[in-house]
Design a protein around this ligand. Structure first.
Ligand SMILES: [Zn+2]
Length: 244
């Protein structure tokens, strides 16, 4: 069985049996992996607090006969501890890692997504990531996954979105008024929302107003759950604590 080293971000963990833990990692070179950490909850010394969501680790892994890998050791490179103390930052970090977990398939290298998530967790830890930053992160992550929603032109005819644009998750984004008959599930969206999201896609760092952020969240929740086939759990957490 081959042994290898990699850089990893912990996406999620689940306790297994009496003493073990299954850890979902986004590694830099090997993509998403489910790693079995034997005795992780018994031996405090061996993994010493490393196997927690959004830890940044240097890991030693061993291939097995099944798709799960074995985690031999994990050294903490970064803990993003500041981002663990503040509820809005926790909510954004949980959302970011859950989105990455759901957008990826195991054993498919995604070095750009790894770099994107690492940079975002860094930003959260430095307390430089406000609510608009989460929208920017998710639009980048969706683009990496080949699911970039279209805000600049009609997804059906390619024409301008017009004065009364609609958004249709199944067709991948904006639909103009004359095409809206072909997009049954499309909902009305303000033109201002589309231009705001388009600017974020292009790298603008201008914060959106709370009202536009709430509308953006609603549109992206529908888009993401349509493409993933389920709603992200951390969305409910954000809604419960009243954060974005
Ligand atoms: Zn159209």
């Amino acid at each position: 069985m081959e042994r290898f080293e990699d850089e990893a971000l912990v996406l999620s963990t689940v306790d297994y049996g009496e003493a073990d833990r299954l850890v979902t990692l986004l590694t830099r070179d090997h993509g998403k992996l489910t790693a079995f950490a034997a005795g992780a909850r018994k031996s405090k010394r061996r993994f010493a607090g490393a196997l927690e969501p959004y830890m940044r680790l240097r890991v030693q892994l061993v291939e097995t006969r099944v798709s799960t890998v074995r985690l031999d050791s994990a050294d903490i490179v970064g803990g993003y501890y500041a981002a663990r103390e503040d509820l809005p930052l926790i909510a954004r970090a949980l959302y970011a890692v859950e989105l990455c977990r759901e957008l990826t398939r195991e054993h498919e290298p995604q070095p750009e997504l790894f770099a994107l998530l690492e940079a975002y967790l860094h930003k959260l830890d430095a307390k430089e990531a406000g609510p608009t930053s989460l929208l920017a992160f998710e639009l980048d992550a969706l683009a990496q996954a080949g699911l970039m929603p279209r805000f600049d032109s009609c997804a059906l005819c390619g024409g301008p979105p017009g004065e009364r644009p609609r958004f249709d998750q199944a067709h991948g984004g904006t639909v103009c008024e004359s095409c809206s008959g072909r997009a049954r599930d499309a909902v009305n969206v303000p033109a201002e929302l589309l231009s705001g999201l388009r600017a974020i896609q292009e790298g603008a760092r201008t914060p959106l107003s709370a009202d536009l952020r709430a509308r953006a969240r609603a549109v992206l929740n529908v888009f993401i759950s349509h493409h993933l086939g389920r709603r992200l759990k951390s969305v409910d957490f954000m809604a419960q604590v009243g954060l974005d």
